[in-house]
Ligand binder design. Structure first.
Ligand code: KIV
Ligand code: NA
Length: 265
């Protein structure tokens, strides 16, 4: 199998082939995602929510991200593995940002990092890229800034924020990012940014004109029962499938139906 690289996704944009991206945080799920042909596996800091049960992405640490990333890298035979720099691991200064990115590449064996923000993080992006580490940007609803936003609703509906996003996207491309995630912004703005850039845009709640799409795997598989925002298409209801299976197991144990003669030594 031929590995997807940052070049491959650039070529996809030129060909007009959409880029598929999904999150994964552990070996078993990442194996399924990779076997299914997903182009990019994102080890997102959404692990803080779906794996650790935190309310936001802020608490997850660099060490914890490296643990998740190393597990995913061991599973990914074809996909490009991109890993989020977690909150607090890059905002301080660009040398700290580079150190964090190096740890992710070295200790987890990742292929690229993703960082939230635009012009504010230009120095960090430059330094990381100078070390030969590919960087993906992330604009729009950047969940590490949730306490600044105060809400998870759509970003950049007002012209001032839309204009800032256009400038940030152009800047990230100019610095040398190989792609940029656009999260929860109007489809029209995402279309405009997508057309203005030569690097691929990967949307989540950013409409059909992005060059690719990303979802959190627990959301799209219906493992998170309650979470159903408008942008989410749910491809399975694994909560119900797993819940039924486990209830059957409990019932079989209680009734002494499991194990039977064939299931013992
Ligand atoms: O952490 C994450 O899952 C993400 C995607 C939603 C883009 O950053
Ligand atoms: Na993230």
């Amino acid at each position: 199998i031929k590995r997807v690289t940052t070049r491959t996704v650039q070529e996809m944009k030129i060909r007009g082939e959409k880029v598929s991206m999904l999150t994964a945080y552990d070996y078993s799920l990442a194996t399924i995602v990779d076997d299914a042909g997903v182009d990019i596996i994102l080890v997102g800091d959404s692990a803080s929510n779906v794996m650790a049960g935190h309310e936001t992405t802020l608490p997850i640490t660099l060490d914890q991200m490296i643990y998740h990333a190393a597990s995913v890298v061991r599973a990914a035979k074809r996909a490009l593995v991109v890993v989020d720099l977690p909150f607090g691991s890059y905002q301080g200064n660009s040398k700290e940002a580079l150190n964090s990115a190096i740890r992710i590449m070295k200790e987890a064996g990742a292929h690229a990092v993703k960082i939230e923000g635009g012009i504010e993080i230009a120095e960090s992006v430059t330094r990381i890229l100078a070390a030969g580490i590919p960087v993906m940007g992330h604009l729009g609803l950047t969940p590490q800034s949730i306490y600044k936003f105060g809400t998870y609703t759509v970003r950049a509906k007002e012209e001032a924020e839309a204009q800032k996003l256009r400038e940030d996207a152009a800047k990230l491309q100019e610095l040398g990012c190989f792609g940029v995630v656009l999260e929860k912004i109007p489809a029209l703005l995402a279309e405009e940014v997508t057309e203005s850039l030569s690097i691929p845009t990967i949307g989540i709640g950013a409409g059909q004109h992005c060059d690719g799409q990303v979802l959190v795997i627990h959301d799209m598989l219906g493992i998170n029962k309650g979470f159903k925002p408008r942008f989410l298409r749910q491809y399975a209801s694994l909560y119900d499938v797993m819940n039924d299976a486990i209830k059957n197991y409990v019932a079989d144990v209680k009734s002494a139906d499991f194990p039977n003669e064939k299931e013992q030594y």
